[in-house]
Design a protein around this ligand. Structure first.
Ligand code: NAD
Ligand code: UD1
Length: 339
């Protein structure tokens, strides 16, 4: 079976392509490389010992999509392609809505025209906004998002739900990721943020490797165990295997369904710093700063629906997340381009 993976050269996409190839799928990656390097795909081939097809294109290019759908008999599409920087989305909302919402609509139009109705979509825990209760279940209210990036995810979820209501041939998985971290155990692929990282763990590893001086801990006055923000960090390879499980599920189920992909455990910023120090043996210099605008105090999942329905559960510990993130950072101190 051939699967089209949009955004497959990126962080989560490349790890998912490894899982797909290992599970026997053939893979075509479509990516415009706006936030990634094709080097990641060469490394995926080295890790798996398998070949994949790469198409350098944009999901908004309808003609290219039509050509691709004529060329291959895709059984499904896994759709990672999107822009994901929250701050940038506030500054450039049109670019975010055009790329994320417009791009998804064009992709679905091409799928419909080609008679491909199976879709796995990368959504985010951000659609839950600031829930009153933890852990977060799929039936919690969504939509209380505070920025265009989050709103683009919420809008796309609704578009896809409407689509599945209008035409029962669609089978769609909306996967709400919690906080993906870590890297493939080989150290050959991992997260390669452009410029200064926004996310916590890449920031920590770049401080440790000497690329950045000091971590700013955004707030120590939340009502959490040590006052710092709590999140549900999930190993990117566990997240990747969730996509293969979702594909299996979609073979026998129509409609649009939602699953949380998280571990069900919350760790604070200081837990993360200490776990990293323990695993790496490096000291991470940090200072407490004011809260970051738009941040919430805590956010962790109840992942039991995915366990029940997809037969999926995260396997890797916080220790493994740290060890793998650190191996990737050490082997590739400047990411893909300069390693
Ligand atoms: P990433 O930036 O590493 O990967 C996204 C990929 O999509 C990149 O390779 C980029 O070049 C490509 N792309 C972007 N716009 C495109 C377009 N118009 N046409 C073709 N390719 C395009 O990001 P990631 O962390 O791997 O995230 C993958 C998906 O998961 C995104 O949709 C993101 O919003 C979502 N997500 C990520 C996180 C996270 O913390 N990383 C959390 C929740 C959801
Ligand atoms: C951020 C995004 C969210 C996105 C998610 C995963 C914001 C407001 N939200 O969420 O939309 O889905 O990433 O990509 O950007 N922290 C520090 N210092 C840092 C970086 C982070 O203390 O330099 C803290 C944060 O305050 C938070 C925790 O670490 O408590 C995790 O932060 P981060 O990795 O950015 O993820 P989220 O805030 O969950």
């Amino acid at each position: 079976m051939v699967v089209l993976v949009t955004g497959g050269a990126g962080y989560i996409g490349s790890h998912t392509v490894v899982e797909l190839l290992k599970s026997g799928y053939d893979v075509v990656v479509l990516d415009n490389l706006s936030n990634s390097s094709a080097e990641s795909l060469l490394r995926v081939e080295k890790i798996t010992g398998r070949k994949l097809e790469f198409v350098h294109a944009d999901i908004r290019e309808r003609r290219k999509l039509d050509e691709l759908f004529r060329q291959y008999d895709f059984s499904a599409v896994i759709h990672f392609a999107g822009l994901k920087a929250v701050g940038e989305s506030v500054a450039e909302p049109l670019r975010y809505y055009d790329n994320n919402v417009g791009g998804t609509i064009t992709l679905c139009q091409a799928m419909e025209a080609a008679g491909v109705f199976r879709l796995v979509f990368s959504s985010s825990a951000t659609v839950y906004g600031e829930p009153e209760q933890m852990p977060i279940l799929e039936n919690f209210t969504v939509g209380g998002v505070t920025n265009p990036y989050g709103r683009s995810k919420w809008i796309i979820e609704q578009v896809l739900e409407d689509l599945s209501c209008a035409d029962p041939r669609w089978s769609i998985a909306l996967l709400r990721y919690f906080n993906p971290v870590g890297a493939h155990e080989s150290g050959m692929i991992g997260e390669d943020p452009d410029g200064v990282p926004n996310n916590l763990l890449p920031y920590i590893t770049q401080v440790a490797v000497g690329r950045l001086q000091q971590l700013s801990v955004f707030g120590d006055d939340y009502s959490t165990k040590d006052g710092t923000g709590v999140r549900d960090y999930i190993h990117v390879c566990d997240l990747a295997s969730g996509h293969v499980k979702a594909l299996d599920f979609l073979e026998n189920h129509n409609g649009a369904q939602v699953w949380n992909l998280g571990t069900g455990h919350g760790y604070s910023v200081l837990d993360m710093v200490h776990a990293f120090e323990e695993v790496s043996g490096c000291k991470v210099d940090y200072k407490i700063e004011p809260r970051r605008t738009g941040d919430i105090g805590e956010c962790w999942s109840d992942p039991s629906k995915a366990r029940r329905e997809l037969g999926w559960q995260a396997q890797r510990s916080l220790h493994t997340m740290m060890a793998d993130a650190w191996r990737w950072q050490q082997q590739n101190p400047h990411g893909y381009e300069h390693s």
